[in-house]
Design a binder for this molecule. Structure first.
Ligand SMILES: [Zn+2]
Ligand SMILES: [Zn+2]
Length: 158
């Protein structure tokens, strides 16, 4: 069971998931559009979207690289946000991450390994596989919190 007492206000959740959605539109693999922002003390310290490693070919340029049913060309949004922090310096230990899609298991492990405390996400990743993965996610120290009713993307913040 996820502890809810650490959940920040709806107003701030809306701001950060809006930013994650903003970055999602730039994803260079059109099989998904996913964005992520890493937040400390209500400040964004890194952000990312799904795409090929900087300087290499993108799916938009040369097509997908499909292996076993997945496009393997892209660095996922969450990984790119962590990579940005690694590249430019801020520690992500104890931070929150906002994701437009629930992190896949590889990203979830990395998010936990770098010390990110909480994940706020909108949509479930491959719900048909959830029976298998649920105990693995629940065993991580990181909390995964679904934004049950996604905040409006427009209108005045409350
Ligand atoms: Zn692709
Ligand atoms: Zn992932």
């Amino acid at each position: 069971m996820i502890a809810k007492e650490t959940v920040i206000s709806h107003k701030w959740q809306k701001r950060f998931i809006d930013l994650a959605r903003f970055w999602a539109q730039f994803m260079t693999c059109d099989r998904a559009h996913v964005g992520a922002v890493i937040v400390r003390d209500k400040r964004v310290i890194a952000s990312g979207y799904g795409g090929a490693p900087s300087g290499s070919h993108t799916c938009d340029q040369v097509g997908h690289a499909i292996f076993k049913g997945h496009c393997v060309r892209t660095v996922h949004a969450e990984m790119n946000a962590i990579a940005q922090a690694a590249r430019f310096g801020p520690s992500v230990d104890g931070c929150d991450i906002y994701c437009t899609l629930m992190p896949c298991w590889n990203c979830a492990k990395m998010i936990s390994a770098v010390g990110i405390a909480r994940v706020y996400y909108e949509d479930v990743y491959h719900p048909e596989e959830w029976d298998f993965y649920k105990p693995l996610y629940e065993n991580l120290k990181t909390l995964f919190i679904r934004l049950e009713s996604p905040p409006e993307t427009t209108g005045a913040a409350k």
